[in-house]
Design a protein around this ligand. Structure first.
Ligand SMILES: Cc1cc2nc3c(=O)[nH]c(=O)nc-3n(C[C@H](O)[C@H](O)[C@H](O)COP(=O)(O)OP(=O)(O)OC[C@H]3O[C@@H](n4cnc5c(N)ncnc54)[C@H](O)[C@@H]3O)c2cc1C
Length: 386
């Protein structure tokens, strides 16, 4: 048996960033990870960092996160690969033009710096590689992208420098509770005694939460990701499309990394390590077709790697970020619904506030688990646009 004041389950970007925020204030932190850091969504991700297209409840978190990203590499002492090169959302037909116009109107009202690009000439000035057949686009200049493995490793290393311990290759099997209070985590063979825990276990969060009656309604769709061999610099902004059936960006090493829409998962996840999901042939074909239509250079690129990723999707596509009102000492940070990478620097500060039982620095009412109880939730739109 060992002990740690704070135990974090999951070494994705949320677990590692939360470990960093808490350890740098001198708290004793242990992170338990079944595989290795960034083994699941935080490694599978496209890794766009955007405010545009965010739900109004999530927008303040995204805006604060975008303030943090440019300073993060220096703060963590390692390059996250972050580049503030904008986010383009493309319209390929008249219906999509209307969708984009509405989006620009709504988001401008929310004081976001989003502009409407009318026609291929205006789009060409920002991204010459985008097809001239694209009719219009929204552009948010302050959005961007980062390199996911580098970012997670940077948070992990910084957390370790402040004394956080990482137990890799070990799975938490049970949250231990005594008289409505968190007392520790069991790994089956061992137990770690603690005062607070953070459940940041992505799609597996309910394995630990459900036995305590704290489960989150999650569906788990799948997204196909294709990565090319390195190309000459051709695309600065991240791109998405109005109906979210593809998105992409050029990595810092020149590779294009593009994604499909979200689709039903066939249910198989090989336990690795690392864990892997096989994409289907039809999703690969559709992704190639959709991306090539808006980014013609993609069709001639050499494919280096193809994988699929899984999303922890809640009914309203917003995460759960709360300190459990039922069992003291349990903080839940899960259900990021396909857009938790970009906001993670700010999410980790909110997790810190919840763990220390301080008033969160931003309102978190929209992220309580109780919103799912006894009321019909409107299905939120899944916005895979980087
Ligand atoms: C294809 C794809 C594209 C995406 N694109 C974007 C994007 O462009 N922009 C954006 O902001 N977001 C994007 N997202 C979403 C984003 O990547 C995720 O929301 C984010 O990475 C979630 O991080 P996390 O730390 O919460 O979860 P994860 O990264 O999934 O980490 C959870 C960790 O917990 C571990 N774990 C689970 N159960 C246990 C257990 N019992 N014991 C120990 N460890 C356990 C897992 O092994 C895993 O490492 C995308 C996601 C995917 C899949």
């Amino acid at each position: 048996m060992s002990s740690s004041d704070i135990i974090i389950v999951g070494a994705g970007i949320n677990g590692c960033a939360s470990a960093y925020q808490l350890a740098r204030e001198g708290h004793q932190v242990t992170v338990i990870e079944r595989f290795s850091p960034a083994a699941m969504a935080s490694g599978w991700t496209l890794a766009g960092v955007r405010q545009s297209g965010r739900h109004p409840a999530e927008l303040p978190i995204a805006i604060e996160a975008v303030e943090m990203w440019p300073k993060l590499s220096e703060e963590l002492g390692a390059d996250t690969g972050y580049r503030q090169e904008g986010n383009l959302r493309l319209a390929r037909d008249e219906n999509e033009v209307e969708t984009i116009q509405d989006l620009v109107k709504v988001q401008s009202k929310a004081s976001l710096d989003v502009i409407f690009l009318n026609g291929s000439v205006e789009i060409h000035e920002i991204a010459p590689a985008i097809s001239q057949k694209v009719l219009a686009a929204s552009f948010c200049r302050t959005d961007g992208h980062a390199e996911p493995h580098a970012t997670v490793m940077a948070f992990r290393a910084a957390a370790e420098r402040y004394g956080a311990k990482f137990l890799l290759g070990q799975a938490a099997s049970e949250i231990l509770v005594d008289r409505e209070r968190f007392v520790g985590i069991s790994t089956g063979k061992d137990r770690i005694v603690g005062n607070n825990c953070v459940i940041a276990a992505g799609i597996h969060s309910n394995d630990l939460l459900a036995p305590l009656g704290l489960s989150i309604p999650l569906s788990i769709p799948m997204v196909t990701v294709i990565q090319t061999e390195p190309l000459q610099p051709l695309l600065k902004p991240v791109f998405g499309v109005a109906n979210a059936n593809c998105a992409g960006r050029q990595q810092i090493d020149g590779r294009l990394r593009v994604t499909s829409s979200a689709m039903d998962w066939h249910g198989e996840l090989t336990q690795g390590p690392p864990p892997a999901v096989a994409p289907t042939a039809s999703s690969i074909a559709r992704t190639i077709e959709n991306v090539s239509a808006v980014l013609p250079a993609f069709s001639e690129a050499k494919i280096a790697k193809i994988w699929a990723g899984l999303l922890d999707l809640t009914p309203d596509a917003l995460p759960v970020l709360e300190r459990s009102p039922e069992i003291d000492g349990i903080v839940i940070a899960a259900g990021f619904s396909g857009h938790g990478f970009g906001i993670a620097p700010m999410t980790s500060l909110l997790v810190r506030d919840l763990v220390l039982d301080e008033t969160p620095r931003l309102p978190l009412n929209a992220f309580k688990r109780s919103r799912f109880q006894g009321q019909e939730i409107k299905q939120g739109s899944l916005t895979l646009h980087g």
